[in-house]
Design a protein around this ligand. Structure first.
Ligand SMILES: [Zn+2]
Length: 180
């Protein structure tokens, strides 16, 4: 990725938040304590919210300097997302550790970005007719399929493999594909 490409810092931040999310997730799934659970949930929340933040930046190219209204929109959108994250963490820390709310918040943030990416993909594919133009939409569809494991939970198979472990496994492929 060229150093002068203006979306580069967004992709780099995206990858760091993603790495933090998966590292904290690994730690939590090997050592299940109050503290490790919070780290996992907050990092996962940050990663979903960053995805939501980044999507309109890429689709509407809010990283561009012209017209100047894009910079204003980018600032407003950044502040909105930072405040949303602070509100989310504050609610879970100071008010109530609420699993249902946490899941609902992540699913809502996820669904909005998936809809945006799907519309973007359809539009680009129609315009360019290239298979890779449809990739974001297909990746989103595969993540949604993996995510359905989170919502349609079942007891562990052979007492070992539960829906959540399969969800983690199911995110490996789309992540690799996404970075391509
Ligand atoms: Zn997990």
């Amino acid at each position: 990725m060229p150093a002068r490409y203006s979306l580069r810092p967004f992709y780099i931040t995206f990858s760091y938040i993603g790495m933090a999310g998966w590292v904290f997730s690994m730690i939590f799934h090997t050592r299940d304590f109050n503290f490790t659970e919070k780290l996992d949930y907050f990092a996962a929340g940050a990663s979903v919210l960053y995805g939501l933040y980044y999507t309109p930046v890429r689709i509407f190219r809010l990283d561009q300097k012209k017209p100047p209204v894009k910079q204003t929109l980018l600032r407003l959108w950044t502040i909105t997302c930072v405040l949303l994250y602070i509100a989310h963490v504050s609610y879970l820390t100071l008010w109530r550790w609420d699993y249902i709310y946490n899941m609902a918040a992540n699913v809502a943030a996820g669904v909005v970005q998936y809809i945006l990416w799907s519309c973007f993909s359809v539009q680009r594919y129609r315009k360019l007719g290239k298979p890779w133009a449809a990739w974001p939409g297909l990746i989103v569809a595969s993540v949604v399929m993996a995510m359905s494991l989170e919502l349609l939970d079942f007891p562990p198979l052979s007492g070992m493999m539960d829906a959540h472990s399969l969800w983690h496994l199911g995110t490996v492929g789309p992540t690799y594909w996404w970075y391509k």
